[in-house]
Design a protein around this ligand. Structure first.
Ligand code: CTP
Length: 416
């Protein structure tokens, strides 16, 4: 292994795989094999406790290199292993990541090789937590996971199912294939050309909330994942990104500028304020089309057997942005449909005067709202055929939307 990370676009990616001490440690062998099949060169570090579950010899045989457990050990061939190991790789993965290793990472504890490696790491970090559901749900673990997200660590969320301890619940290590897919996506991002370096993206995401009274509101199932995925993908391609976010159930990607705006009205105001700086507007938010005509100032009491609500239309933020656009602003909308997806999307593209519309079928259980994957169709004003994409991660889908921006920009500069 030479001593610098892989050059962007070069074939072999260098991955450090850390294994901490949980029953799922044996599954790290499948992660290692998956990475190797994808052309990565992998070095392995294990905690002492991980060695109780599976022998370093397994990983030495599979990786063809020394497995580091204790960098103070005389058989360690590298005298400053935690630095070379962490600063010459393109990605550090920890799978499984126990509650203990997560707690140490979150608090900067560096009392063994893997934790020192994490602190010294200059590459992106991906962890796949695995633990008993009670340990996962404990406020301390949740606090540590939140801290790691804020620190920019990527997390492959654990699955729900029957655990080795017999309990059923969330905490099982996600599928090795999913961990490998998430790793490859991050490696792909790192090697990306900065083809959006001259763009400033303004993105809306999440659900709006329209208040009925001080305790109740009308909202929808949008999680904010899609807009945040577009933000993350765009930043990795060199764009400046601002996000106006309604209510979201996932965190914003590390380093993105987020303005919070809960109601459709607040979102419109925030968008109009940010818009003059933008070169591209992407409207991924699920904005309420109607809001209560009146908001009660005190809690509505159940005095009658039925309650009639009167709703009024909100303003269409996307339509307003598109109709007032100047200076080559690209405007991209989403069409969340349950039927006649393509027909409805094309009609929205035309009616709102958009450059691109991203259609998705929200009736599918495996995609769309509140899912980490999406199956989108990209319809552009200038293209005859829609681009119908298979089910993929929202980050993958985000990159395909951004590819469309690059194509449109290249086309307009050829026409100039
Ligand atoms: N949108 C918006 N402001 C609104 C409503 C929608 O900016 N008040 C945007 C959404 O962010 C999305 C696009 O418009 O990019 C289409 O939203 P969608 O809900 O699918 O369509 P609507 O235009 O609201 O039409 P309908 O609900 O009748 O399908």
């Amino acid at each position: 292994m030479n001593d610098s990370p892989s050059k962007p676009g070069s074939e072999i990616k260098k991955v450090a795989l850390g294994i901490s001490g949980g029953i799922a440690a044996y599954k790290a062998a499948e992660v290692l094999r998956g990475l190797q099949r994808a052309g990565c060169s992998v070095r392995v570090a294990m905690t002492k406790r991980a060695c109780e579950f599976i022998q370093p010899l397994t990983f030495r045989a599979l990786s063809g290199t020394h497995v580091i457990v204790d960098d103070y050990s005389p058989d360690n061939p590298d005298p400053i292993a935690h630095i070379t190991f962490s600063q010459t790789v393109d990605l550090l993965i920890v799978a499984p990541a126990t509650a203990n290793i997560i707690a140490k990472f979150a608090n900067g504890v560096a009392d063994d090789f893997l934790t020192s490696t994490y602190l010294a790491c200059t590459a992106p970090v991906l962890i796949a937590p695995a633990m008993n559901p009670t340990m996962l749900g404990h406020p301390a673990t949740q606090r540590n996971l939140t801290q790691l997200r804020q620190d920019g660590v990527h997390i492959v969320e654990p699955d729900s199912g029957e655990m080795a301890c017999g309990t059923i619940g969330p905490g099982r290590l996600n599928d090795p294939e999913r961990i490998v897919a998430a790793a490859l996506e991050l490696l792909d991002q790192r090697g990306r050309v900065k083809d959006l370096a001259s763009e400033r993206l303004l993105i809306t995401t999440g659900a709006t909330r329209e208040e009925l009274d001080p305790v109740r509101f009308i909202s929808n199932r949008s999680s904010g994942r899609m807009g945040f995925a577009v933000a993350e993908a765009a930043m990795s391609r060199g764009a400046e990104v601002s996000v106006v976010a309604g209510a979201t159930t996932v965190n914003a990607p590390h380093g993105v500028h987020v303005v919070r705006a809960l109601s459709a009205d607040e979102m419109r105001e925030a968008v109009m304020k940010e818009l003059p700086k933008a070169t591209v507007f992407i409207s991924a938010a699920a904005v309420a089309d109607y809001r209560p005509t009146q908001r009660a100032s005190t809690k509505i009491k159940k005095s009658e057997s039925s309650l009639v609500l009167t709703l009024e239309r909100t303003r269409d933020i996307l339509g307003e942005v598109a109709s007032a656009r100047t200076n080559g602003l690209l405007v991209i909308g989403f069409a969340a449909e349950t039927n006649d997806v393509l027909i409805n999307a094309r009609e929205k593209l035309r009616a709102k005067n958009l450059d691109v519309i991203v259609a998705n079928d929200v009736a599918r259980a495996d995609a769309g709202f509140d899912s980490s994957e999406n199956a989108i169709t990209i319809v552009s004003r200038d293209a005859q055929a829609p681009l119908d994409l298979p089910l993929m991660s929202k980050l993958g889908a985000a990159h395909r939307i951004l590819d469309e921006i690059v194509r449109l920009r290249a086309k307009s500069s050829r026409q100039r």
